[in-house]
Design a protein around this ligand. Structure first.
Ligand SMILES: *[C@@H]1O[C@H](CO)[C@@H](O)[C@H](O)[C@H]1NC(C)=O
Ligand SMILES: *[C@@H]1O[C@H](CO)[C@@H](O)[C@H](O)[C@H]1NC(C)=O
Ligand SMILES: *[C@@H]1O[C@H](CO)[C@@H](O)[C@H](O)[C@H]1NC(C)=O
Ligand SMILES: *[C@@H]1O[C@H](CO)[C@@H](O)[C@H](O)[C@H]1NC(C)=O
Ligand SMILES: *[C@@H]1O[C@H](CO)[C@@H](O)[C@H](O)[C@H]1NC(C)=O
Ligand SMILES: *[C@@H]1O[C@H](CO)[C@@H](O)[C@H](O)[C@H]1NC(C)=O
Length: 610
């Protein structure tokens, strides 16, 4: 269709539909067919959790601060009985006319509190003093690592067996084994979080729990053909960065369990099939046809767990364009980076989001790693034909990566924008993923060194608490400055550490020390581990920004720290003379003098002990 014609058509549709009514009904009558996150094809409770009058009324009245609360509440009767009861009381009353008090009593009567379908558990392979942790030399860090190890018991979740009898009364997706949840509002399993949780479980030497985590995700692949973002029905239209194959790799490296590899390989193939069939784009660049991977969900309505936020942020968007807006928001959630200026056309404002027009470097570098790991795992179980197949796939794909994402002038890989046909050369730590996954020719060390130079030049290493998620200073989004996230800092450290360049390895160590010390100081002050951290300034604190309050717990943060403490077990030591008083916000001569005395005394004591 010619663009002018499309514009006229949109105007006509817009005039016909009328001004925004902030309801999904309106969007359904627009040009695009509404695709809900769950429906008759995959759930029996879609009319409670993914669509329908209760979801709309609860959100219209903002009954809960966190939109996720309602969609996590089990129902006491079947979905049909619940809807029938609703109709009996409220009939067809539009959401805005529903009486708030009556709505409250309806929820009290027909719903249970969020999370009541999950119970805590103690993993059977949890032991008090795992040998790897006991090898950490610094006594304070070792003690801290033991406390983090203890937290696995609080994050361990098991689904109540009753839910198997009435699965349609829960938004929770039933998984067969115990798992480690991220924590806070994230009560169910999450996909890419699990990779860093597993990194930590391996340090805790909890290999059975690791295997259970993997088996749960494999169960999802068998049931739905892919791994959903998390363990709820409202995540059934989107995945998250493809880390299942890497999880299996980490498990294998720790256990050498070939039987498990043989058993799980068909499931890994099936998951990769999903990315091939459902998340690729054929494009032509510099006279060549290539296939690349994108984050792109089909759903184009407000996400139930962020319903009121999605409705509110769509207010300035013309009705006919809302489906695309919601699709791009949900696709950004699939990337794990929800939300970031990385996905915004103007790199500033959420309503210019166009995730599905951006070819992301991190996703493509992860796919490249998936091929690499499959080559290796097939070789380990003696299937040389399959191994060779993936070797070739990776060689070809590495060329694609070079062609689409590599910028020779700057010496780094960047996201590629399909609209402008340009790379986004602003700094985001996603550019370290090719380094982390080794997706460049092993003989081409110059590439990794140039990336390192680029990062130095943009000042990526200049912050006291770690690497921030962008250097765009006026964003309100959580995947931006000044927040630092565990997976990104961990991938940067590991990418640099695995290089063959001594300076890069040195920077890896300094970054690891910064990240560990920052997390430690916040833990001392708040007694909690957080989802994200503010990396600027001298007083570390939990991160902020985004759609919900910062969460504590926290699975991937703990996992990344345990892994770093294990990697650098005899090297990272808390800075000499570090005490709580020294971090006081008010610099004061007396306090500083005291710090000096304490550190000298501390150092003396330490030398005497050893
Ligand atoms: C919602 O947030 C406000 C302000 O942060 C707080 O005062 C209120 O208690 C919260 N309400 C609920 C139901 O959590
Ligand atoms: C780990 O799993 C194996 C195999 O299922 C089982 O035999 C063993 O008892 C488990 N170990 C612990 C500590 O749970
Ligand atoms: C992937 O796409 C195929 C059609 O190409 C479709 O049948 C299938 O349901 C999709 N899978 C998922 C998980 O969306
Ligand atoms: C790329 O694809 C287009 C359309 O499918 C085709 O016409 C063209 O010949 C292809 N180019 C190359 C270099 O294969
Ligand atoms: C590579 O970076 C240079 C320098 O910033 C820029 O001018 C050029 O457009 C970039 N290449 C692409 C394909 O975006
Ligand atoms: C980062 O720090 C280095 C070394 O202290 C300094 O030379 C450089 O100018 C800084 N870069 C930025 C962008 O702040």
């Amino acid at each position: 269709m010619r663009p002018e014609l499309a514009a006229v058509l949109l105007l006509v549709v817009y005039a016909f539909v009328g001004p925004s009514t902030a309801s999904t009904e309106a969007s359904e009558s627009a040009t695009e067919q509404a695709v809900h996150v769950c429906d008759e094809t995959n759930t029996r409770n879609w009319n409670i959790y993914c669509n329908g009058p209760i979801l709309e009324a609860v959100n219209h009245h903002a009954l809960f601060n966190d939109s996720k609360s309602y969609v996590d509440m089990p129902i006491r009767q079947s979905p049909d009985e619940t809807i029938a009861a609703w109709r009996k009381i409220f009939g067809d009353t539009p959401p805005e006319k529903v009486d708030e008090t009556k709505l409250h009593s309806f929820l009290d009567e027909y719903f249970s509190p969020p999370g009541s379908e999950l119970v805590n558990c103690t993993p059977s392979d949890w032991i008090p003093h795992p040998p790897k942790i006991m090898q950490i030399t610094d006594p304070k860090l070792r003690q801290w690592a033991l406390e983090l190890h203890e937290i696995w018991k609080h994050l361990c979740k098991q689904i109540r067996p009753e839910i198997a009898q009435h699965p349609d009364r829960y938004s929770l997706l039933d998984v067969p084994y115990e798992f480690i949840a991220p924590g806070g509002r994230f009560r169910e399993f999450y996909y890419w979080d699990a990779y860093w949780i597993i990194k930590g479980l391996i340090v805790s030497e909890m290999y059975n729990t690791t295997q259970n985590m993997i088996r749960n995700l494999a169960h999802m692949v068998e049931r739905f053909g892919f791994v959903p973002n998390g363990g709820r029905v409202y995540y059934l239209q989107r995945s998250q960065p493809p880390m299942l194959i890497p999880m299996v790799y980490e498990y294998y490296e720790a256990t050498n369990d070939k039987n498990f590899i043989r058993e799980i390989l068909p499931v890994l193939e099936k998951e990769l099939d999903f990315w091939h069939k459902n998340r690729t784009l054929d494009m032509s660049i510099k006279g060549r046809n290539v296939t690349v991977f994108l984050y792109r969900t089909n759903s184009n309505v407000p996400r139930p767990e962020s319903f009121k936020e999605d409705v509110r942020t769509a207010l300035p968007i013309p009705e006919a364009k809302k489906p695309t807006f919601w699709k791009d928001k949900a696709s950004a959630a699939e990337s794990g980076w929800d939300f970031s200026t990385r996905w915004f056309a103007d790199h500033k404002t959420l309503y210019t989001i166009h995730t599905t027009r951006i070819v992301p470097i991190d996703l493509n570098a992860l796919i490249c790693w998936n091929y690499d790991i499959l080559e290796y795992l097939y070789e380990q179980v003696g299937n040389m034909i399959a191994s060779e197949y993936y070797r070739e796939k990776r060689v070809i794909f590495r060329k694609t990566l070079n062609l689409v994402f590599y910028n020779r002038t700057l010496g780094a890989w960047f996201d590629y924008n399909l609209d402008t046909e340009q790379q986004n050369t602003m700094f985001y730590p996603s550019i370290v993923v090719p380094l982390f996954t080794g997706c460049y020719h092993a003989l081409n060390q110059g590439k990794s060194e140039r990336l390192f130079e680029y990062m130095q030049n943009v000042g990526a290493f200049n912050f006291s608490g770690g690497i921030p998620t962008s250097i765009i200073k006026d964003s309100e989004e959580q995947w931006d400055f000044p927040n630092g996230w565990s997976p990104l800092n961990h991938m940067a450290i590991e990418g640099l550490r695995k290089s063959e360049n001594a300076q890069m390895q040195d920077q890896a160590y300094r970054l690891a020390k910064k990240w560990v010390e920052g997390n430690y100081r916040v833990f001392e002050k708040t007694s909690h581990m957080w989802e994200k951290y503010d990396v600027i300034g001298t007083i570390p604190r939990p991160g902020a920004g985004g759609e919900y309050d910062v969460q504590d717990g926290f699975g991937w943060t703990n996992g990344a720290i345990l892994d770093l403490l294990n990697t650098y077990n005899d090297r990272i030591k808390l800075s000499q003379g570090y005490t709580k008083a020294c971090t006081t916000a008010v610099p004061n001569v007396l306090v500083m003098a005291l710090c000096l005395v304490v550190s000298v005394l501390g150092a003396l004591l330490l030398t005497q002990k050893s």
